[in-house]
Design a protein around this ligand. Structure first.
Ligand SMILES: [Zn+2]
Length: 229
């Protein structure tokens, strides 16, 4: 019956190897969690990073014994069990402790307020200004003066609050062609100009050579239409 032992445990593995598998799985789970944290990703497609780790972990643990003679069944079963157990435990923990939740899943981040794109916050969310403008365009935003505040939620989605029509102010147009047309010599002579990266708006006087918020040096004439959804 050596054949069954080969299939379930492997020829050369002692039983204690199963405990080693549990430890290895725990380690890989932790490493994967840290790696995803480092990339700043909160979700990939529609999965949270926790769910993704479980899917990746279960996927390879499940398929290896199917096709590799060197991958016995029991270590995979242990790996899958430990993966699911850790998923359950971390989920339970984050549900009870808001601080742990913020650490594992991330917190809500404000990325736009008072007419200025908060570039550092955007960067920690792994979002470029162009991507941010793209998401706003998808919400029928034509310029930043229509937006009151924007937040990146825990699941990575953007939430946006708009100014009511009578409070819309002159702001940076976020159509790609308008952004590309910005230059360093624009002045507010014919109306306000905005920093082409963070949206800082100069209403009167000369535009500074570099934006005081982000040191960008391309200025784009502001527009002030109300939003048409
Ligand atoms: Zn700026």
């Amino acid at each position: 019956m050596n054949g069954w032992r080969t299939i379930f445990l492997g020829d050369d593995n002692p039983w204690i190897f199963l405990a080693e598998c549990a430890l290895r799985t725990g380690l890989m789970f932790l490493i994967a969690l840290v790696l995803f944290k480092v990339t700043g990703k909160k979700e990939v497609r529609q999965f949270s990073i926790l769910e993704l780790i479980v899917i990746i972990g279960l996927g390879s643990a499940l398929s290896d014994p199917m096709i590799y003679t060197t991958s016995p069944v029991l270590p995979s079963v242990v790996a899958m069990a430990v993966t699911l157990l850790l998923y359950w435990a971390v989920n339970k923990w984050t549900n009870r402790a808001p601080r742990v939740e913020a650490m594992v899943e991330g917190a809500v981040t404000r990325v736009f307020f008072d007419g200025i794109v908060e570039l550092k916050a955007l960067d920690t969310e792994g979002m470029s200004p162009d991507e941010f403008f793209g998401e706003l365009r998808a919400l029928h935003v034509e310029h930043l003066g229509q937006v009151k505040a924007a937040y990146v939620e825990i699941d990575g989605k953007l939430s946006v609050f708009f100014h009511p029509d009578d409070e819309v102010r002159p702001g940076l147009p976020i159509a790609p062609e308008a952004l590309a047309a910005g230059d360093a010599s624009a002045t507010p002579a014919d109306g306000p100009v905005c920093c082409g990266r963070c949206g800082y708006t100069v209403v009167q006087g000369l535009a500074p050579s570099a934006c005081p918020y982000c040191e960008h040096d391309s200025w784009v004439p502001a527009i002030s239409f109300v939003r048409v959804a």
